[in-house]
Ligand binder design. Structure first.
Ligand code: AMP
Length: 350
């Protein structure tokens, strides 16, 4: 999607991915290599003007190695901060930004103590490599602690207090090499089994103060990291307060709606930011939704028969729980948008 956004701007992308024939390889040359293969990385970066990543578990060492010769955006410090839930939460707290309460746990005894502190329910998460709800267990009762510990022991863990949020939101922000910042309107997100299913923007009855709070969080995080590119911050709304759940130092699934739904897509915005070009307008083009396609795709002709629907297939093999594409929906008003959401969701196989 970055390469597609870059093409009309005269940008050519090439890719580095450990898996041969990755979806992106249709849109530019792909180098197959492991992220730890320094020789392959060194050979690949020759001739590039800048480098980005769109997956946050790229090893920080690979980003740092490349950054010695070619600017890597977002900066590797953003990657290392986002890769560890403990460091990430401490980072936000140090900026005066609230998160769910948390305690790092290194033994069953520490887990029991942490549960005493945070109460139940609580969520035990791996500090690293978790995504789409993987690497986390919801703890409802004391009786579940020993088993959860056994299942997850051997990894660095964090216990998080369970947040009874009103809704889940995210803010997509961009900071350019010149320091210019742009924030999209807050997005509302719905997850099932830890996987993002649907995003809608604009969010119904969102007070201006909440948007301002989210933008202030983003501004602080962007400045603290010397950030360049698009940053997504996932938030829990609890009354008038926003708590940060986590950040993604990259273009983000909850911003995919912007391809057809905003004046400038998050992908184009990311490229503009990296190249030091002026950032584009974040204005919405009506009421917009994004529906993720998980596991298996719906029938293409049925999707395209829904007015305002734009299909994006990622050319990934079907697998249970895997994001294989998304649909953007646009409408002139929220009521019509929700009718279209219902029509599309009725077509989903999973
Ligand atoms: P994560 O991988 O941390 O983004 O978690 C995936 C989803 O699990 C979130 O989008 C929430 O729906 C839910 N979740 C994660 N952490 C918490 C928490 N501390 N309290 C309540 N729900 C949570």
């Amino acid at each position: 999607m970055l390469a597609l956004a870059g093409a009309p701007l005269g940008l050519h992308c090439c890719f580095y991915d450990p898996a041969p024939a990755s979806p992106a390889s249709w849109y530019g040359q792909q180098q197959v290599g492991h992220y730890t293969d320094t020789e392959a990385l060194e050979a690949w970066r020759i001739g590039l003007s800048c480098i980005t990543y769109e997956f946050e578990n790229v090893p920080v060492a690979a980003a740092e190695l490349l950054n010695q010769h070619v600017p890597v955006y977002p900066p590797p410090i953003a990657l290392s901060t986002a890769q560890d839930r403990l460091i990430e939460k401490q980072f936000f707290n140090q900026l005066g930004i609230a998160t769910a309460p948390f305690v790092a746990v290194a033994s069953l005894a520490e887990l029991e103590q942490a549960v005493g502190q945070l109460g139940l329910p609580a969520i035990l998460k791996t500090r690293r490599m978790g995504y789409d709800g993987k690497g986390q267990v919801l703890l409802r009762s004391e009786a579940e602690l020993a088993e959860a510990w056994k299942a997850m022991a051997g990894q660095d863990l964090i216990l998080e207090g369970f947040v009874r949020f009103d809704r889940e939101l995210s803010i997509i922000a961009a900071r350019s090499r010149s320091g210019e910042v742009a924030c999209y309107p807050l997005v509302q997100n719905w997850h099932r089994e830890g996987i993002l299913r649907r995003s809608v923007v604009p969010v119904a009855a969102i007070p201006a103060a909440l948007q301002a709070q989210a933008e202030a969080y983003a501004q602080r995080a962007l400045a603290a990291l010397g950030y360049v590119g698009v940053l997504a911050i996932e938030l829990f709304q609890v009354g008038d307060l926003l708590l940060v759940n986590e950040m993604a130092p990259r273009v983000h699934n909850s911003g995919h709606w912007s391809i057809e739904g905003a004046e400038t897509s998050q992908f184009e915005q990311h490229l503009r930011a990296m190249l030091g070009w002026p950032l584009g307008s974040v204005a919405l083009r009506g009421s917009v939704a994004m529906i993720n396609l998980i596991g298996r795709p719906p029938e293409t002709d049925a999707v395209l028969a829904v007015e305002g629907a734009h299909l994006h297939l990622y050319d990934k093999l079907s697998r249970a729980g895997r994001k294989i594409g998304h649909i953007t929906l646009r409408a002139d008003d929220p009521e019509l948008l929700w009718q279209r959401i219902a029509a599309i969701e009725a077509l989903l196989p999973e």
